[in-house]
Structure formats: C-alpha cells, structure tokens
Design a protein around this ligand. Structure first.
Ligand SMILES: [Zn+2]
Length: 211
C-alpha cells in the first residue's frame, strides 16, 4: 500500500500523483534505489508535483505567520473604524489614533506574513526540486515554551551527507513524530543542489527547514 505523504490518501497500486491533492506519491519499494530501506517512503526524482496551496498550509502551522495574520485582521478593523470616526469629524480625536494604530498593525502583520510566506515558498521549492540523500534522525523533542494553535511544536533534528560534506538540519512540526522519526532512524532529506544547507525532510506535510 502507498500512502500519499501530503494528504494521507491510501493507494493499492502505484501512480505518479495523488488523485486527491495532486502531490507526487513516494516510489514503491521495487522502484526505489536498491540501497534504500524498504520501510520508509522514497521520494520520486525531481521535479515533484506538489499539492496546490502547500505554502499556505505550511503557514497555517507557523506561529509567526498566524500572529501576523491576526495583526492584519486587527489592523483592518482598526483602520476602517479609525477612518469612519475621522470622517465623522466630531470623533476625529479618537479616529486618528485608531487609524494610525490600524496602519501600524497592518504594516507589521503584512511584513510578518510576507517574510514567512517567502520562507514557506522556499521549503516548497526544496520539496519540488531538491536532491535526495539518506540521512539519520538525531533528535526529536517537544518544546513547551511556545504554543501554536493550542499545540506544542516538535523539533526533529537530522544529519546527512551531500557532495562529500556533512550537514545538519531541523524541522518543526505540530504532529507528534511517528516511530520512524525517532533518533537513529533513517530519513530522506531533500536539499538544494547549489546550497545543501537549505534542506528539509521527506515526507514533509508541515515541516520547515533550519540551519
Ligand atoms: Zn494526496
């Protein structure tokens, strides 16, 4: 059985792309490289089809992006309210500070969402075009000092070799890592050929690359 790494749909027989989300399916064991461990899903060669709007799905699990989105929403409300109060002239003394506060929220929220979107788009690009290497999980830890959407994020660290050099990376995820993502387990890493320090693990429904 082949499970879609992006949306979890199961398939009996191999097909290149998921009929549900459009993402590329992992290679079945008989199509993967002979040295590949048969228990883990092997990434197909690049370029890989990605599910639509994958960058936005990544953003929905990113604490900074969610905070930026809330600021944008508050900023829009404040700006509209401030503008209405200012137009009414008599209430301009509260309208102007309201409007200014709204503009600041819109600016900060916009910058936050934009920068996190750029990071997410880069992850999607690595997933789509990156070279694959077989690495090993070094740690999987839950961090209790931040909460995203009521859940504590997990950090999965790993190391791998690319172009004769050793690299390390980490991703954060809101879902508890499965047993195959525990320390010592093999894991596929996708990295940029021109800069392997930019990397992430495969499959990767909610991960972010880190240095
Ligand atoms: Zn799918």
């Amino acid at each position: 059985m082949i499970t879609c790494p992006w949306c979890g749909t199961n398939y009996i027989a191999f097909q290149p792309n998921c009929g549900n989300c459009g993402g590329a399916l992992p290679l079945p064991p008989e199509m993967a490289a002979p040295e590949a461990p048969s228990r883990i899903a092997a990434p197909p060669p690049p370029p890989r089809e990605m599910p639509r709007h994958h960058a936005w799905r990544l953003l929905a699990t990113d604490g900074s992006a969610v905070a930026g989105g809330i600021l944008l929403l508050l900023g829009a409300i404040f700006a509209v309210l401030g503008l209405a109060l200012t137009i009414a002239v008599v209430t301009a003394f509260v309208g102007i500070p309201f409007g200014v506060l709204g503009a600041v929220f819109l600016l900060v929220g916009g910058v936050l969402v934009w920068t996190r979107y750029q990071a997410a788009a880069q992850v999607v690009d690595i997933l789509r075009t990156g070279d694959a290497a077989l690495g090993v999980v070094t740690h999987a830890t839950e961090s209790y000092h931040i909460q995203v959407n009521g859940r504590f994020p997990w950090t999965i660290g790993y190391r791998f070799e690319a172009q004769g050099r050793a690299y390390e990376g980490q991703v954060t995820t809101l879902t508890r890592p499965e047993v195959d993502r525990q320390p010592g387990k093999p894991v596929y890493v996708l990295y940029r050929r021109d800069n392997p320090a930019q990397n992430t693990i495969y499959p990767n429904p909610y991960g972010y690359y880190g240095g």
